[in-house]
Structures are given as structure tokens and as C-alpha cells.
Ligand binder design. Structure first.
Ligand SMILES: Cc1cc2nc3c(=O)[nH]c(=O)nc-3n(C[C@H](O)[C@H](O)[C@H](O)COP(=O)(O)OP(=O)(O)OC[C@H]3O[C@@H](n4cnc5c(N)ncnc54)[C@H](O)[C@@H]3O)c2cc1C
Length: 404
């Protein structure tokens, strides 16, 4: 890959930096006191945090900075992958707030743009972009996670509707969502026929209709941000189908591909996490920075961040050239989760006993954000493809190890 940025890329970065210089500080001042995580343990805290995210996404959308990878005609900038990387770097360096519809902007929107009819695009794309409603992605089931094609929630055609029955699990923020992109089985015979990737269909579901029940699950951080979703006779118009009947697997694979590019971008934010924890340690627990063992871990983290960045560039360069995505893409995913957890542990040790204090304690550092990160980062070895499954891909496709 050529590491030099083009003039267009430099101009893109300068324009974004100038826009942030003008809009970020006034936004943060308006929402001063409401941190991004909010008090995610209380319903009021979650809603406040979501309203802040909605406001920030709308601000970004006004500047055409919310969905840079979308076509210009739909409010995007047709950004190249390199520009997406630059965007992630600049946003991370400025520690910008979270957005309201990350799933919608990164995964579902691009799928609607790729597979949707004109009417579907007109109906839902502006809705996602301007954060009118919250969206979730409903793929996983109790017996269909890593083996997603085993999904069994049925959608049986009845006139102009599909009737849904079954259960989804681990669906992020479904309890806050009005809409979701769900994978369902329109041909229940496919699994028995040994053709489980067939007969799967993507439906956009209005989660407020009868026959949908959403139950939040309390996670390790004490928050209720992902959910079980039960369908018991919920009716979804055929007009809400994305792509053809039975094309759901192809729709989903496009979505997961976007998620993988997204995780490559997340690794870029780790540089600013490391800088932030060092500067916090300087003010709250300065002795830690003189500890030789901790100093070595900081140096190691610094080096790992640098080579993870290079690995991500290599992974992205392969995607750019339409080359096979292994081993770099699964390696980048593995490295991201390893590093996310290493940094979260380092933060706790750097901040000392107060680093372990959760939100609500008088002694909590940074509102308990680092304690939350410490427990929550466990998810990085599960989400976007588990560690074991990524290792299987590398063993099988890159190293071509024999199968037992
Ligand atoms: C924070 C969080 C948010 C999520 N949000 C969403 C969401 O919004 N929408 C959604 O649809 N899903 C979501 N998920 C679900 C996620 O996609 C699944 O958890 C993931 O796909 C793994 O599936 P599973 O939980 O069923 O685990 P399983 O697939 O049952 O895996 C259990 C264990 O077995 C291992 N394993 C599985 N297969 C193999 C194999 N072939 N070889 C070796 N080891 C194997 C796994 O690595 C894992 O350690 C979320 C999960 C998390 C943690």
C-alpha cells in the first residue's frame, strides 16, 4: 500500500478538522454535565445519553459528516476506505461523542442502499441519517450465533404480510429501537434439506407492532443494553423485505463485511485511549508512572498500537484491492480485541485503587468510565466474530492446517 495521502485525502482531513474546530466545542458546552455513557444503569440516564447522541448525529448530518461512506445523493460523501480511516483517526483524536444510530449508519443503511427499492430508500435512509428513529440489527438466536445460518425464527407468508415466530438474543439496544433489520427463515425446510444458507430472508421490522416482545438482559457492567426479542405472530408487510425472498444470507454478509471494516477503524481510537489514561494517571495516581513494570507495559502497548495500525492498513489495502481478506482481516480483528482488553487492564492498573471504582462512587475516576471499560471490553472477543472462529479462519484458509 502507498502510505502517502493524496491531495484529496489531505483536503478531506483538513475540512473535517476545521469543521470540528467550529462545531465540537459548542456542542460539548451545550451538553456539559451529560457524559457519553450517561448513567446507563437508570432508564433516565440511558434516555439522556441517547438524546445527546441523537443531537450529535444530527449536528454531524448537517455538516454531511455522519455517513461519509454513503453516496452524496443520500447525504454522504462517497468516501474512500482511506478517507474512512482518516475520519476514524480524526474523530478518535478529538474524542468525539457517540452517535445515535451506529448500527444504522454503518451496517443497515449501506444494506438498504445496496438492496432496497427506491421507495424503501426514500422511506428509511433519511430516517437513519437524521436519527429520527433508533435502529437495531437482529441476527443472533440462542442456537445461531457463530453458526448464524442455523437461525430458525420463521416468517411465513400470509397475503401481503409475513407472520413471525421465534426468538432472537443479544440484540443491542432493541428496547430503544423503533426499527430493526432481522434475518428470518422463510423456508423452514432448508435446514432439514442440508441447505441452511438458503431460505433466509432479510426483513425490516417495526418493533412497535403486536406480537413483538423485547426483554433487556443485564450485562457484566450492570447495564441493560442488549435484549432478547420474541416474535409471536408479529405481522411484517412483504413491502418491508430487503432483497428477494431467500436472499437474506447475501444481504447479511454485506452487513458483516461493513462491521469488519468498522472494527478496523475502532483500533485507531486506541492511541487516544492510551494518551488519555497516561494523562489521567499523571493527575490522579502519578506514582504509577514511575513503576518500571507499568512503564514497560505502557511501552509495549505503544508498540502494539503502532503495529496494529499497520496491520489495519494492510487489511484495508486488501479490501481496497478486492483481494482475499485473510489472514490480515481476521488477524486485525483478533489484534483489536486483544489490544482493547490489554489497554482496559492497563488503565485500571495505572489509575490505582480509584480506577476500580464504578460510577456513583465518590472516588470514581472520570465518572467510573475506566471501570466500565474494564468489564465491558470482554465483549470484543465475542462481537464481530469470536476469537476462536477468527483463529479457525486463519488456521483453515491462511495456514491451511489439516482438519481433524
Ligand atoms: C456486546 C454484544 C452485542 C451484540 N449485539 C448484537 C446485535 O446487535 N445483533 C445480533 O444479532 N447479535 C449481537 N450480538 C451477538 C453476537 O453476534 C454473538 O454473541 C456472536 O456471534 C457469538 O455467538 P454466540 O453468543 O451464540 O456464541 P457461540 O457461537 O455459541 O459460541 C460460544 C463459544 O464457542 C466458540 N465456538 C463457536 N463455534 C466454534 C467453532 N466452530 N470452533 C471453535 N469454537 C467455536 C465461540 O468462540 C465461543 O467461545 C452481540 C454480542 C455481544 C457480546
Amino acid at each position: 500500500m502507498d502510505f502517502a495521502y493524496t491531495n484529496e485525502d489531505e483536503a478531506f482531513r483538513d475540512e473535517l478538522t476545521a469543521w470540528l474546530a467550529k462545531h465540537l466545542r459548542p456542542f460539548l458546552e451545550t451538553w456539559a454535565g451529560d457524559d457519553d455513557a450517561g448513567d446507563a444503569r437508570s432508564a433516565a440516564g440511558v434516555m439522556r445519553s441517547m438524546e445527546r447522541r441523537r443531537a450529535w448525529q444530527r449536528t454531524l448530518a448537517e455538516g454531511r459528516w455522519a455517513a461519509i461512506h454513503w453516496p452524496q445523493a443520500w447525504g454522504g460523501r462517497d468516501a474512500t476506505i482511506t478517507q474512512n480511516v482518516l475520519y476514524a483517526e480524526v474523530m478518535a483524536a478529538h474524542r468525539t461523542p457517540g452517535i445515535y444510530n451506529a448500527n444504522g449508519l454503518w451496517q443497515i443503511g449501506p444494506m438498504i442502499l445496496a438492496w432496497g427499492t427506491e421507495e424503501q430508500k426514500r422511506r428509511w435512509i433519511p430516517n437513519i441519517l437524521h436519527a429520527d428513529d433508533h435502529w437495531c440489527q437482529g441476527f443472533t438466536e440462542p442456537d445461531a450465533g457463530s453458526d448464524l445460518a442455523n437461525l430458525r425464527t420463521t416468517a411465513i407468508r400470509d397475503g401481503d404480510d409475513y407472520v413471525l415466530r421465534g426468538q432472537k438474543i443479544w440484540i443491542s439496544s432493541a428496547h430503544l429501537a423503533k426499527w430493526g433489520l432481522f434475518l428470518v427463515r422463510t423456508d423452514p425446510t432448508a435446514i432439514e434439506r442440508g441447505a441452511k444458507h438458503e431460505g433466509i430472508t432479510a426483513l425490516i421490522v417495526d418493533l412497535e407492532v403486536d406480537g413483538v416482545e423485547i426483554r433487556p438482559i443485564r450485562d457484566i457492567a450492570g447495564e441493560e443494553m442488549f435484549c432478547e426479542v420474541f416474535f409471536d405472530g408479529a405481522r411484517v408487510p412483504v413491502a418491508y423485505r430487503l432483497g428477494g425472498e431467500g436472499q437474506g444470507w447475501a444481504v447479511a454478509m454485506g452487513t458483516l463485511g461493513k462491521e469488519r471494516v468498522g472494527t478496523a477503524g475502532l483500533a485507531i481510537g486506541m492511541r487516544s485511549d492510551l494518551d488519555a489514561m497516561i494523562s489521567l494517571a499523571r493527575s490522579t495516581n502519578p506514582g504509577a508512572l514511575a513503576d518500571p513494570a507499568l512503564r514497560e507495559r505502557i511501552a509495549r502497548a505503544h508498540i502494539e498500537i503502532e503495529y496494529t495500525k499497520l496491520l489495519n492498513y494492510r487489511a484495508l489495502s486488501k479490501i481496497l484491492k478486492n483481494q482475499k481478506n485473510w489472514p490480515e482481516v481476521p488477524l486485525a480483528k483478533l489484534q483489536w480485541s486483544h489490544l482493547a482488553q490489554t489497554l482496559a487492564e492497563l488503565a485500571i492498573d495505572l489509575l490505582g485503587p480509584a480506577g476500580m471504582m464504578a460510577k456513583g462512587s465518590d472516588f470514581a475516576v472520570d465518572g467510573g468510565a475506566w471501570n466500565r471499560l474494564y468489564v465491558f471490553q470482554r465483549y470484543t472477543s465475542i462481537g464481530a466474530g469470536t476469537t476462536e472462529v477468527q483463529k479457525n479462519i486463519i488456521a483453515d484458509r491462511a495456514l491451511k492446517l489439516p482438519k481433524r
